[in-house]
Design a protein around this ligand. Sequence first.
Ligand SMILES: NC(=O)c1ccc[n+]([C@@H]2O[C@H](COP(=O)([O-])OP(=O)(O)OC[C@H]3O[C@@H](n4cnc5c(N)ncnc54)[C@H](OP(=O)(O)O)[C@@H]3O)[C@@H](O)[C@H]2O)c1
Length: 309
Amino acid sequence: MQTRLPRRTICLLGGTGFIGRHVAGRLVALGHDVTVLTRARDRHKDMLVLPTARLLQGDPYSATELVSAMRRADSVVNLIGIANERGRDGRGFHRAHVECTEKALAACRDAGIRRFIQMSALRADPAGSSHYLRSKGVAEEHVRESDLDWTILQPSIVFGREDDFINRFVRLLRRLPVLPLAKANTRLAPVFVGDVAAAVVRSLEEPGASHQTFQLCGPQVYSLREIVRLIGRLAGKERPVLRLSPTLGKIQARLMEFFPGKPFSSDNFLTLSTHNICDSGAPGLTDLGIVPTHLEPEVSRYLRIGTVD
Ligand SMILES: NC(=O)c1ccc[n+]([C@@H]2O[C@H](COP(=O)([O-])OP(=O)(O)OC[C@H]3O[C@@H](n4cnc5c(N)ncnc54)[C@H](OP(=O)(O)O)[C@@H]3O)[C@@H](O)[C@H]2O)c1
């Protein structure tokens, strides 16, 4: 891809994660300088192979450390986010989504940076069905109320070789003879991580992307059950999928909160009460000049080369 931007310096918050690494790689490949602020530099030293990337140890809740990370930057991309919190009362989500965003916006003002991209989530809403969606929605309100040149990106569930979504189901399908599934009818439009990263770059390139919210969806809508069956077929592990009733689904979600790493939770269950698909006519990938990637060929390619344990 040819960049339309002159060489720039972009500060990534949450740039060490699944999506952030794709964004960093793409920006570096286009010749930009990237500063990634991380709470755990030692764990992400592999990112130093990116020739124009700087990896800074720092606390994204500290105003001074944020401003210092932004010192050389002209744009900031906030990708900080969590899928689950330690507790259950929403404070963890509020801290990671709302507080981090407020701090990042304030630091941009202090550092004299105007361009700000917020990685939010589809169906983010201050009145949403879960702590996750509500905290993402409140964070968006802060971004929109700021006097910065903002763009908000709202992806549906994101897939890619290192994702937490397809890979988790592959592991479960390999271990279980039957897959009990909560919220099996919820509809999703999985979007490829490369397209999400491209949307960040295009938002930085296109002046018209300012003050806009883009919904990022893949080209096809599936129910959760259809996705799990498709993954089973692609991974050579077709298993019966047992659709759980709402009551059993809630119990499953509650029990899984006690598993290491909280693979599913009551809050995830509530998030899945809302279909995760784009509104027809809403600005999206194609408005950013990106042709959405189909899930099936992409997933079968990376499952074939055996990157999933
Ligand atoms: N993956 C999806 O399917 C999906 C779908 C919709 C929206 N999103 C949103 O897209 C963004 C990126 O997602 P991702 O999948 O790349 O997430 P990820 O892999 O979990 O990475 C998130 C990053 O945020 C930082 N972080 C995590 N917890 C934090 C906390 N409590 N306080 C401060 N920083 C924290 C981490 O950086 P360090 O540990 O290096 O500091 C990490 O690299 C998030 O905002 C997420 O909500 C993702």
